[in-house]
Design a protein around this ligand. Structure first.
Ligand code: E4P
Length: 217
């Protein structure tokens, strides 16, 4: 499963990239707002750090507007994936932009039928939002499983990008189901390394080591 960072925080992206953990980045208008930076400038900087797909989102509501914005965003760098919403106009824009050879990420997907439409419109990625489904008492990971089965039934090449990931449990679950990509905030990615038994074991080893009086260096 590929790891994308769901953030426009350049420092956090650089740290994860240095560790070799990052296969790409996703941003959205809320994350750009949080960064306090200009979308074109910050996205260009991110594309210079990460060689994999960097999703940048359009904000127009009509297909024509999305296509024009998508083309402009795609000029930032070769690794831009244009993000369009899963609306009728978003699907039209997806079809047009993917036909021009751009990577397209169809976002705000909340049902298997929507994911089916994204695949048929030629999306490179579809982004089902797990956490936001959990927020309304639905099981977001069930949606990932449904889409996996449907895409496998028909050999769709659209990649399932599990989004709106809020916990480490979400990550393990979507990996078990077979999502192609997961995007999570840097703090969730960092938490994947944590386990209380690792800390407890390390503590015990170090106490015993101190009793030997030895040094490695
Ligand atoms: C995905 O591309 C979105 O940017 C993101 O995962 C949304 O997550 P949220 O529901 O936590 O805002």
């Amino acid at each position: 499963m590929k790891f994308f960072a769901d953030t426009a925080d350049v420092e956090a992206i650089a740290e994860l990239a240095e560790l070799g953990l990052l296969d790409g980045v996703t941003t959205n208008p809320s994350l750009i707002m949080k960064s306090g930076r200009d979308i074109l400038e910050v996205t260009k900087e991110i594309c210079g750090i990460v060689s994999g797909p960097v999703s940048a989102e359009t904000v127009a509501l009509d297909a024509e507007g999305m296509i024009a914005e998508g083309r402009k965003l795609a000029e930032i760098a070769e690794n831009i994936a244009i993000k369009v919403p899963l609306t009728w106009d978003g699907l039209k824009a997806c079809k047009a932009l993917s036909g021009e050879g751009h990577m397209v990420n169809v976002t705000l997907c909340f049902s298997a039928n929507q994911a089916l439409l994204a695949a048929k419109a030629g999306a490179t990625f579809v982004s089902p939002f797990i956490g936001r489904l959990d927020d309304i008492n639905l099981d977001g990971t069930d949606l990932i499983a449904d889409i996996r089965q449907i895409y496998d039934n028909y050999d769709f090449s659209t990649q399932i990008l599990a989004a709106s990931i809020r916990s480490v449990n979400h990550v393990a679950e979507v990996a078990r189901i077979g999502a192609d990509v997961m995007t999570a905030p840097p703090e969730v990615i960092r938490k994947l390394a944590l386990h209380p038994l690792t800390d407890k074991g390390l503590d015990a080893f170090l106490k015993d080591w101190a009793k030997t009086g030895q040094k490695i260096l």
